[in-house]
Design a protein around this ligand. Sequence first.
Ligand code: 5GP
Ligand code: MN
Length: 330
Amino acid sequence: MRQLTEQAQHIVIFTHMAPDGDAMGSSLALWHYLQKATVIVPNAFPAFLSWMPGADKIRIYEKEAEACNKLIEDADLFICTDFNDPKRIGPMGEKMLANPAKKILIDHHLNPVDFADEVHSFPEASSSCEIVYRILRKDLSNPNNLNVDIATCLYTGLMTDTGNFSYNSARCELYEIIAELVRAGVQKERVYDAVFNQYSTDRMRLTGYALYRKMRIYPDYHLALITLDANELDRFHYQQGDCEGLVNMPLQIGDVYYSVCMREERAKPGTPKSRIRISFRSQGDRPVNIWASEVFHGGGHMNASGGELFGTIEQAVRLFEDTYKKYLKI
Ligand code: 5GP
Ligand code: MN
């Protein structure tokens, strides 16, 4: 990576749509480190990540497409973090591919699409932040290079992509990295508080409503389904990120091992159908990514995947009910 970044003058760092803590953390850590890059995300990030150092400098394609197109055309190096397919950055994917500049991929999703010149793909890693740390380790072992902003960004991704170290987090190396980050000044309790203890009242009530009124259990398959349509989301003044983590909650039930959450996004002007955004989670040796990819045009990790359907919640539920027995283990 060093050779490519040293030669480049106009580096664009991309991360995926609906950025999460790992997407933001890995891209911003590199941004702080390189000091000469621009981070562009396809759409807005949730408010509970807006405190992250450098977040206010991120460019959002949906808000300023023209300026971002110019940055993409002028770029002489692209770094893609936390996604494995140019499609995950929306229309920017095509624009990036149209620029012959070199591309570096840093990611932990399975089966990356073959588009980058330099690939750091480690599906066994907890997070893309862990991979960024490993890549920069040599430089970061000089304390002058691992400043508190870089460390805080990396810690945020490690924390969020492992559910505060409750899954994908059994390897010792992770805790060695955390020790280095805390030594560099990360205030881990404050990061936890900033990310996880910032619900609005509406978001908390939406969570309660979803669990009390909208959760169905399919006991034979240890499966839970939550659905929220656009009217229901309106009632609770839904903001981007308000359903983050909701899909994990049914897994707290002793004999629920699979959980799915469906959320309706109203049709954009000029498009006829709503988009149903679907999140899949599972525990242990129970893959959900094949189901997400073969039936719902998505994919992801074995235990955490996403997908979509254009239509109504009822259609999505019908497809779900027609297919879960084929893809899930009893
Ligand atoms: P979430 O449910 O949090 O939106 O997504 C869970 C995981 O699945 C994330 O790691 C995300 O990268 C992956 N994922 C979500 N949507 C898609 C998709 O449409 N395609 C692929 N390949 N992965 C996805
Ligand atoms: Mn990630």
